[in-house]
Design a protein around this ligand. Structure first.
Ligand SMILES: [Zn+2]
Ligand SMILES: [Zn+2]
Length: 368
């Protein structure tokens, strides 16, 4: 049965978002409707409102959510009505080359369904009966959302849904960049550029892996204070401390073993690459504007054997990683409670976006 509820909509780039009543269609074959209970406000949603991530409006925003299954379509096997689920913002088909290789974050299906369900259509309509896109293939900043069953993972109902939601993007992306993509070694040194929601989780991923030094770089002292809470052993504010690369080389005796760029600024990607020493690994997590580019000196490349790689969704394998991350939370080794520094009703979403931009929050979460 179709449902009506409030949803956060981007009507036009560089304009405030709106909260509107939408109609959410019943799940079709292989789909599920989720009653969303909590949705994190991620920098990628903001990037969706200003064209940095050029997914066309009008769309229902949101991709970091958890909720309760309300209705299932024909043939659904993964979940049943009443199950608690985390939204996975990449549909992982399980059949393509990358899924078969155990790298479902690179699934071929994801590029095909960036603003719709995998069949190319959407389940939202506005009050004038016009279809609305589903941001990142899910669009879950909404009281109800219909998504493909490949986009949900059932979890232990004891876990609070406002914390579980964060595992669906920020935690998976940041901790995964450290543990899955870079495979940070115990005793190593790491630097994380940008201490927002993703960066804080890259920091806690490095700390979990046993890095001896975790250096956080950010222009905001407030964010550097959060960074220390999540395991940073050293902080650098380039406004005060000057060139971060020189400082990192000094702190690490010639360059870090790992660097994570969690902002999406080409110049900072260059700094991150320069910050790692011989044999080190530089991981690009931040999403730049489509035209972004960076120039790297090539002469030293063979002599240094540095690795430069991207990290998509923390190289997530949700059915392996989400239960692991939640178990680490339950044993008090992964900080999720500390991550949620403010909650908002859906009507206050613009304030949540403003607070994210001012750096007031580790993470702000909408509660439905
Ligand atoms: Zn996100
Ligand atoms: Zn696939």
């Amino acid at each position: 049965m179709a449902r009506k509820g409030k949803a956060v909509i981007c009507r036009e780039w560089n304009k405030p978002v709106s909260v509107e009543e939408v109609e959410v269609e019943s799940p079709r074959r292989g789909e599920v409707m989720v009653r969303i209970k909590a949705c994190g406000v991620c920098h990628s949603d903001l990037s969706g409102t200003n064209g940095t991530i050029p997914l066309p409006p009008p769309s229902v925003l949101g991709h970091e959510a958890a909720g309760v299954v309300e209705e299932v379509g024909e043939g659904v096997q993964r979940v049943a009505v009443g199950d608690h689920v985390i939204i996975i913002w990449i549909p992982m088909c399980g059949k393509c080359r990358y899924c078969a290789e155990g790298r479902p974050a690179l699934c071929d299906a994801s590029a095909k369904a960036a603003i719709t369900l995998p069949d190319g259509t959407t389940r939202y309509k506005d009050s004038s009966d016009n279809p609305l896109n589903q941001f990142a293939g899910v669009g879950v900043m909404s009281e109800y959302a219909t998504v493909h069953e490949d986009n949900v993972l059932p979890i232990d109902p004891d876990i609070p849904l406002d914390k579980a939601a964060l595992v669906g993007c920020a935690v998976m992306t940041g901790v995964g960049a450290a543990l899955n993509t870079a495979r940070v070694q115990a005793g190593s040194t790491a630097v994380v550029f940008g201490a927002g929601g993703i960066g804080l989780n890259a920091i806690q991923g490095c700390a979990l892996a046993g890095a001896q030094k975790v250096i956080a770089v950010d222009l905001e002292d407030k964010k550097l204070a959060f960074a220390q809470q999540f395991g940073a052993t050293h902080t650098i504010n380039p406004r005060v401390d000057g060139d971060p690369v020189a400082k990192i080389q000094e702190l690490t005796g010639g360059g870090a073993d790992y660097a994570f760029e969690c902002i999406g600024v080409p110049e900072v990607i260059g700094q991150a690459y320069a910050s790692v020493g011989k044999g080190g690994t530089c991981v690009v997590v931040g999403v730049t504007r489509p035209e972004g580019s960076v120039t790297l000196g090539t002469f030293m490349m063979p002599f240094q054997e540095k690795v430069l790689t991207g990290s998509m969704y923390g190289s997530a394998r949700p059915s392996v990683d989400f239960p692991r991350l939640l178990a680490l939370y339950q044993s008090h080794r992964l900080k999720l409670d500390e991550l949620v520094t403010a909650t908002y009703p859906i009507d206050d979403v613009q304030r949540a976006f403003d607070d994210m931009q001012s750096g007031a929050n580790a993470r702000g979460v909408l509660l439905m």
